[in-house]
Design a binder for this molecule. Sequence first.
Ligand SMILES: Cc1cc2nc3c(=O)[nH]c(=O)nc-3n(C[C@H](O)[C@H](O)[C@H](O)COP(=O)(O)O)c2cc1C
Length: 169
Amino acid sequence: MGSATDVQRAYREAIGEFATGVTIVTAHGPQGPAGLTTNAVTSLSLDPLLLVVCFDNASRTLPVVREASRFAVNVLRAGQEDLAAVFASKQVAASKFEAVTHTVAHGVPVLDDALAWIACDVHELLPGGDHTIGIGAVTHFDHDPAGEPLLYFRGGYASIGDRVRSRPT
Ligand SMILES: Cc1cc2nc3c(=O)[nH]c(=O)nc-3n(C[C@H](O)[C@H](O)[C@H](O)COP(=O)(O)O)c2cc1C
């Protein structure tokens, strides 16, 4: 794999101004659970309920998602950056899952203590440059309304540090 060009680096810095949450996307395959850290996640549609996850084509979790036809988005809490680092690594899936307990619910691995989790059927996997755009049809979800999220901003982890100031009208 070649090193990032100057324009790719500059683009990463610009898009890094777009603060996001951090999630671990998981799937359950014949070898057990697999997962990766992701921030290219967004809600897509309310009717029907759809969300988007962008997978690097080199992700080893992507073929597990493809085969399982199901995946879960596990939203991380403030303070879970060590877990984000484990799932962003190239450790084998079994050792990633030594860092966190999980249950398989609705056919997908749900991480204990996630701020929120959303289980999906794979609706579509579409080409997107060096990534694959995964569209998930949401089937089950839950969340902790009192918890705080882990954020990703300017290439680093951050916390909200401020409660919601105002809501869009
Ligand atoms: C904060 C953060 C966000 C990331 N977001 C994504 C993402 O949205 N999609 C993706 O494919 N990889 C993303 N990655 C990189 C993957 O986590 C990394 O390539 C991982 O090793 C893939 O694991 P796997 O090969 O076991 O699937 C991100 C990494 C970090 C640290």
